[in-house]
Design a protein around this ligand. Structure first.
Ligand code: PHE
Length: 391
């Protein structure tokens, strides 16, 4: 018996005992995990997403995008002659659960790669587990700078918050001609904190003044105290780099308090729930995003048509990013000619000019994708394209 097969044998025993440890998986990966995870007639790919809970809209959209890619690939014979077996874990949008999900997928299911998460705080939580286990992870939508700094197995197919913050600061100054803004940050989310910092940095270095700064925590319902204080500072616009639930409520409560200046934000606004909560109060506001259904390019319109046929609704940015993350992974698998996690890692790192529905994806030295952002506005409950801002 070779050392590898004996490890695989004892691993089976450990699993039967129901006590598989991460250490055992690490041993196996040292032996060439590609033979392990993908040795059957299918290739196990893990996905962890917030299918329920506070940001369920992100997880379900991203999951839809991922399944569309996997179903298409399997319908045309799979990859490397095998079907892709997607195994999805719901982290319920809860702190702590993303790490548990990643551990399960790696230890129990022996996935060859991970897709996830969307919210930066949860990618930051599960990323170190993927890194230690040497299982490549591709985040569809986590934009916080620190996510890919976890290590060389962690990638993303979206732009990063230092860029997104600059985009919205440029838009405030050059397109809306606002030089006095207030900033309202969700201190519970790495995403919100990082995006607020990036925005303020560019804005204040280019002639803008931040006249008020306030904060809240994910899950809060009442923002009147913060908004009253912001109103007193007389800003010309308010930057709210949060997630859609709270942003919808903030829009309503700001209008109730008689605040009429525009609100602005980032990709965390991108959900149909934003307009369901915000109603007419969010009309005329602006946010940066990865994707717009208004894009007339054939690749985007083809995706929109496919997505509508499958899910009877329009794709949002997260659906598009899930689609691209899965697409980049399968493209790398084909180029690697192998589902070995280390070879997959190298092939993902070598991704160049992959034509995605969120733009052309080249993975750079920092394992990020440099892409343009689209600024959208909201009118009558619908998102409309305003302009593209390039890096
Ligand atoms: N960028 C957000 C984060 O890092 C997540 C997100 C991505 C939200 C894309 C909407 C669309 O937390």
């Amino acid at each position: 018996m070779s050392p590898c097969s004996s490890i695989a044998g004892s691993l089976t025993l450990v699993r039967q005992l129901g006590a598989l440890s991460l250490g055992a998986v690490l041993l196996l990966s040292a032996c060439g995990k590609g033979g392990g995870g993908a040795s059957g007639d299918s290739i196990p790919v893990g996905e962890y997403a917030c299918l329920t809970g506070l940001t369920a809209s992100f997880g379900t959209a991203s999951h839809n995008g991922v399944t569309l890619v996997m179903e298409k690939a399997n319908a045309s014979g799979g990859v490397l002659g095998k079907k892709i077996r997607l195994i999805t874990e719901d982290d319920q949008s809860k702190p702590g659960e993303a790490a548990t999900a990643a551990r399960k997928l790696i230890s129990r299911d022996q996935v060859v790669a991970l897709l996830g998460e969307i919210a930066s705080s949860r990618s930051l939580e599960a990323g170190p587990i993927a890194q230690q286990s040497k299982i490549p992870m591709i985040s569809p939508g986590s934009t916080n700078l620190k996510v890919t700094q976890i290590g060389d197995y962690i990638f993303r197919v979206c732009f990063i918050d230092p860029f997104q913050g600059e985009v919205m600061a440029k838009f405030s100054l050059n397109s809306l001609h606002k030089t006095k803004v207030a900033v309202l940050t969700d201190v519970r989310q790495d995403y919100s904190v990082g995006l607020a910092a990036a925005y303020k940095d560019y804005f204040t270095k280019h002639g803008g003044t931040v006249v008020a700064e306030q904060s809240y925590s994910s899950g809060d319902q009442d923002f009147k105290a913060q908004l009253t204080s912001i109103k007193g500072a007389n800003p010309e616009a308010i930057f709210v780099p949060g997630y859609y639930n709270e942003v919808g409520l903030i829009a309503r409560q700001s209008r109730e308090l008689g605040i009429t200046v525009p609100l602005m934000g980032g990709d965390g606004w991108d959900s149909p729930t934003l307009t369901q909560i915000g109603g007419p109060a969010i009309d005329g506001d602006y946010f940066a995003n990865h994707f717009s259904t208004d894009d007339t390019s054939p690749i985007v319109q083809g995706f929109v048509k496919d997505y509508r046929a499958h899910f009877q609704k329009d794709p949002d940015g997260m659906a598009a990013l899930g689609y691209d993350a899965a697409g980049v992974l399968l493209d790398a698998m084909k180029r690697a000619g192998s589902a070995d996690p280390q070879k997959l890692r190298d092939a993902i790192a070598a991704t160049k000019k992959y034509e995605g529905v969120t733009g052309t994806i080249t993975i750079n030295e920092q394992r990020n994708a440099t892409k343009s952002a689209k600024v959208l506005t909201i009118k009558d409950g619908k998102f409309h394209y305003v302009e593209t801002i390039a890096p």
